[in-house]
Each structure stands twice: as C-alpha cells, then as structure tokens.
Design a binder for this molecule. Structure first.
Ligand SMILES: Cc1ncc(COP(=O)(O)O)c(C=O)c1O
Length: 401
C-alpha cells in the first residue's frame, strides 16, 4: 500500500519556510512585496569564505569529507568555543552538521525514546515541537504568565521523571529576549542535579545590543556531560546557504552517537561548505561588530516606526533580528492577521501562533532600513483607522476601505 508513515502525519510544515515561499512567489509575479518575515540576514558572505570556496573548487577535489566534519573545521569550532565560552575541548567533542538544525535533530534522535519529554519555553523556535515529535518525544511547552519570558520556577515545575532534555534558545527567536545570568545558572544546576541533557541553542548568542551579553552556561557547568552547545555560521556570518552548524559537548559518547546518525543519513557535509565555514570562523571577526551595529540601527528604526501604531505592545529586543509584537487588539488570530497583511498590504510577517504565542506577529529587522520603514508604514495603514486612507504600494495608489 502506498501509505505514508504515522510519523509524517504528526508534523506540520515549517510556517516560516512557507511564508518565505509565498513572499518569493508574489515577488516573482511582480508584486511589490516587503518581506519582514525572514530569518535570513541580507549581508554578504565574508570575503575569506568566498576565497576559500573558490580555491577549493579550483583544486577540483570536491569529495566526501569525514562523517563528523573535517579536522580543519573542527579546529575552527574549537577555537570559537575557546574564544566565546572559555572552554577547551577536543575534536572528539565536536560534530559538524548541515546547519544547527541538523545538529539539533541528531541530538534529539540520539537521546529521545518514545514517551520522553523535551521541555522548552514559549515563545519557541517553530521547529522545536515538530523535531521533538519526529524523534518520538513529547514536547512540553512552558508558557510565560506575563511578558515574553518564563521564570526558572516554571521550568523547574515542568520537569518530571520523563524529562530527557531541556532546550533553551537565548537570545530567543522570536522574542529577541535574553534569559538572565541567574536563570541560566539555575537551569544548568537543575539539569545537572536531575541528570537531564541541556541543549543550548546559541545560534544568536553574539547578536546582542546595548552592551548586553548572553550568559555562558559553561561558567556554571561542573562536568558538562549533559551540556550540548548548538551553533552555526548561518546567522553570524550571513551564511545560511552553506548549511553548516555544529554541536559541542563534554559527552563524547553523545557526540559519537550523533555522528553515527549523521553517517547513516547524510554521510557527511559538503566539502565546499566546510571549507567556507572554517574560513569564516578563522578569518577577520570585525564583521560581527559591524553586523551588530547595523542590526541595532535597524531595531531602533523598527521600534520608532512601530511606536506610530496604536494599541500594540512591544518589548525591546536585546538581541537576534526579530521583534515579537502583540497585535491582539487588532486580531487575536495571528494566522488570519498575517494573511490579511500579506494580501492587503503586501507585507510578509510570521504569525505568533507558529511560535506558540497567539495574538503576536514576528517582524524581522534583518531586512534593509527602507523596507522596514515602508513595511511598518503599510501595516499601520492596513490596521489603524486613524492613518490616512490612501497609500502608494508600488506604483499604485490604494485605499484601505
Ligand atoms: C533558534 C534557531 N535555532 C536554529 C536555527 C537553525 O539554523 P541553521 O541555519 O544553522 O540550521 C535557527 C534558524 O532560523 C533558529 O532560529
């Protein structure tokens, strides 16, 4: 029988990838779409990456690499880990994967048994619940009682004897908020005491503003056998298309198990991509400062523009390139609201429901400044009855009513 697995029936499509596809299709059809829904920085690839890939391609040696990553890239990741976490690991502590996403997936597949619980706070990255289900586990979502962050006590209360993993993404996609030093310290201790894996999704850990710092879990980990650092080159260097990420852990059995899964699924990573990622990590790091400066300017422009829209609630993002804004005054159904804004105003944003928080919209500020200004201007026009009824979208004058 040509039936599909039960596994696939349980999981949904990625809403962010869907929005990207719709926005791309509208653009291709000639519509003046503004895309504030993306999770992809627009800045160009580091020059060192481009040169390394060209050099590698010109060698005409583009082959399979070791299943867990090339030694050159592992060493670059180890230098990165030493630089930013102050911990010295060895190559056997590192697995290179096709993005942080595959590193996380390998992690879940390596430890989750049917019925195991994986605890994480809302709002969460859209893929967490689906990836946990794919691995056979049960997502346990901890929801804030106020604002965009949960308390440590809420996390602690969510832990049961079935809890296998706690996941934390901070700064958080979609909220842009950073969990406090105290929260991270207590979470590290809790996970150690209960012998639960703690997966730190640190993909945005350096994209922070106003002198903020992302607490370093390694400062508090005693042995670190349960701690897994997940990261990659996608966001920091604008290299989403390389598909390179990694996991680092003091637990070499875990890293070996994750490598086994990778070896039997993708075999290994792209040879060209591994070269390019190593060059980004070992090259000039000024691009990170430059990026944070541009993102901070973009964030400030976004906040300024959003302040013109009445009845919304915004918490200033401390990092990432996302703001998560409460639009429930206009519509508590965020899917309907995002669809309306795309149709009426040709602005793509992501519904909060996808991140486990109804009534919110995620608005990215990794687009260029003019797109941010124009996009928010259109959102205001579409929602706020006190805004002028007419607006120019592309070369057409359109009316709201
Ligand atoms: C929180 C979070 N984790 C992981 C990823 C995956 O990144 P990568 O491109 O390295 O797979 C993303 C990408 O959007 C993300 O937002």
């Amino acid at each position: 029988m040509l039936t599909l697995s039960k596994r696939i029936a349980q999981i949904g499509d990625s809403p962010t990838l869907k929005i990207n596809a719709t926005a791309r299709a509208l653009k291709a059809a000639g519509k003046p779409v503004i895309h504030l829904g993306g999770g992809e920085p627009t800045y160009p690839a580091p020059q060192a990456t481009v040169e390394a890939i060209i050099k590698k391609a010109q060698s005409r040696q583009i082959k399979y690499t070791p299943f867990s990553g090339t030694m050159e890239l592992k060493q670059a990741v180890l230098h990165y880990t030493q630089r930013y976490y102050g911990r010295t690991f060895e190559p056997k502590n590192v697995l290179i994967s096709a993005g942080a996403k595959q590193a996380l997936f390998n992690f879940l597949m390596a430890v989750v048994e049917p019925g195991d619980e994986v605890v994480f706070p809302a709002p969460y990255w859209v893929s967490y619940p689906e990836m946990v289900k794919l691995a056979g586990g049960t997502p346990v979502i901890v929801r804030p009682t106020k604002g965009l962050q949960v308390t440590f006590e809420q996390m602690q209360n969510a832990v049961t004897p079935k809890t296998k993993i706690i996941l934390l993404n901070s700064p958080c996609n979609p909220s842009g908020q950073i969990y406090s030093e105290d929260f991270v310290r207590r979470l590290v201790s809790l996970a150690e005491e209960k012998q639960i894996f703690l997966g730190m999704d640190d993909i945005y850990h350096q994209l922070v503003f106003d002198g903020a710092q992302t607490p370093n879990p390694c400062t508090y980990a005693k042995e670190g056998k349960n701690l897994v650092l997940l990261n990659g080159v996608s966001k920091l260097y604008g290299l989403t298309g390389l598909r390179i990420g990694w996991a680092v852990s003091g637990n070499t059995d875990l890293i070996a198990a994750m490598g086994k899964i990778q070896g039997q699924s993708t075999s290994c990573n792209s040879d060209l991509s591994e070269c390019g990622a190593a060059a980004a990590l070992e090259g000039n790091q000024d691009c990170i400062q430059d990026l944070c400066r541009v993102l901070k300017e973009n964030r400030n422009i976004l906040l300024e523009e959003l302040s013109q829209i009445p009845f919304i609630r915004v918490e200033k993002p401390q990092g990432t390139f996302y703001s998560f804004v409460d639009f429930s005054h206009y519509n508590t159904d965020s899917n309907a609201l995002a669809a309306y804004l795309l149709e009426k105003a040709l602005v793509a944003v992501v519904p909060g429901a996808a991140f486990g928080a109804e009534g919110y919209l995620r608005i990215s500020f990794c687009a260029d400044k003019n797109a941010i200004i124009e996009g928010v201007r259109r959102i205001r026009w579409a929602l706020d009855e006190t805004a002028p009824n007419e607006i120019k979208i592309g070369d057409k004058i359109v009316t709201r009513n």
